[in-house]
Design a binder for this molecule. Structure first.
Ligand code: NAG
Length: 335
């Protein structure tokens, strides 16, 4: 246990360049979702996440963990992993049985879903904070943190009943506490280190502009697409010169299949005011070389005109030359 604070110090103060440390994920969470369809049918799903990156899956038929990254085991050995697997298997069997037996006591009605999220997060101070949250149908009903079981405010009596129940099983509370305060922080530090080449990589975005569906007569929807960047934090703005435009609408950050991100940022403007606007992208992979793309529909219309007129003109000139040469040839051949 003495090692933990030292390890922490090592992570937080790696000789001055600690700005790099917190790029990439800072938390590990296990999600356990139990869907109770009716009194005989229940399904369990499990997964493990570094922030929003899934690194563990759960095969509920065999009750085994799947490792989605070569470094998903972090610094845990096979014995430790097997022990955790056993615990999760016991959890899923236990929760299915216990919840079924207490459907009336907790006034539950089929079908319902119980989601449990447990994990720990590295904070920029020196602390790792751990917690477990239980939700029913997407609404929190209980939070367990630092040995305390706290019912959620709007959970009615369910949260209180749950905490009362937990206090009757000190053995289970001890296991949860050990997982939260000891196992999770040790695993988090190990896995952040094992996966750091991938977790701290920098991938530059590509950006392009397009126009969206017309928002109304005489108006344009300017769309700035930014794609393929990692890590997630990004800033995309519609600007006029150095002036950020109010009314910029940011879409949701969407994942790409290659574990990079995509973002779409739009601006609704009067058609006459679009010229001169630009989309500016700031991202850690770009340093201070922001990507700046200028909106230029007049130029693109101009380009289309040029693309039609220039070849036509060239064709006309060729034809004219050809006729002229033919004529002059004919003339010169006249005896
Ligand atoms: C429970 O749900 C399953 C799957 O939908 C169904 O096959 C089964 O007949 C249901 N059992 C009862 C008792 O309603």
């Amino acid at each position: 246990m003495l090692l933990l604070p030292l390890l922490l110090l090592g992570v937080i103060l790696p000789g001055g360049d600690n700005e790099d440390v917190f790029q990439g994920p800072t938390s590990y969470q296990v999600m356990m979702i139990s869907t109770f369809v009716n009194s005989t049918c229940a399904q369990n799903q499990g997964s493990g996440w570094l922030d929003d990156l899934q690194i563990h899956g759960w095969e509920s038929d065999s009750g085994t963990v799947t490792f989605l990254k070569p470094w998903s085991k972090g610094n845990f050995n096979d014995d430790e992993m097997t022990e955790l697997e056993d615990l999760f298997r016991a959890y899923f069997i236990g929760i299915t049985r216990e919840v079924r037996n207490r459907v009336n006591q907790f006034q539950l009605e089929y079908p319902f879903v119980i989601q449990v999220t447990a994990g720990c997060e590295l904070h920029s101070g020196e602390a790792i904070e751990s917690s477990l949250r239980g939700a029913l149908g997407g609404l929190d009903f209980v939070c367990i943190q630092n040995h305390f079981c706290v019912p959620a405010l709007d959970s009615g009596s369910r949260g209180q009943k749950f905490c009362a129940l937990m206090s009757q099983y000190p053995g289970i509370s001890d296991i949860i506490e050990r997982l939260l305060s000891e196992t999770c922080p040790r695993y988090l530090l190990g896995v952040l280190d094992a996966g750091k080449a991938e977790l701290q990589r920098q991938v530059k975005p590509e950006a392009w502009l397009s126009s969206g569906p017309t928002p109304g007569p005489g108006r344009l929807l300017l769309v700035c697409h930014v794609s393929g960047f990692y890590p997630k934090p990004v800033r995309v703005m519609w600007m006029r010169g150095e002036q950020e435009q109010p009314g910029t609408q940011q879409g949701d950050l969407m994942p790409n299949a290659d574990w990079t991100w995509y973002l779409r940022v739009t601006l609704n403007v009067a058609a006459g005011e679009a010229a001169g606007l630009n989309c500016r992208v700031k991202h850690s992979s770009l340093g201070d070389q922001d990507i700046i793309l200028y909106w230029g529909p007049p130029t693109s219309i101009g380009l289309i005109l040029v693309a039609i007129i220039v070849p036509s003109l060239i064709l006309l000139i060729c034809l004219a030359l050809w006729f002229w040469r033919r004529r002059s040839y004919e003339i010169s051949c006249e005896p």
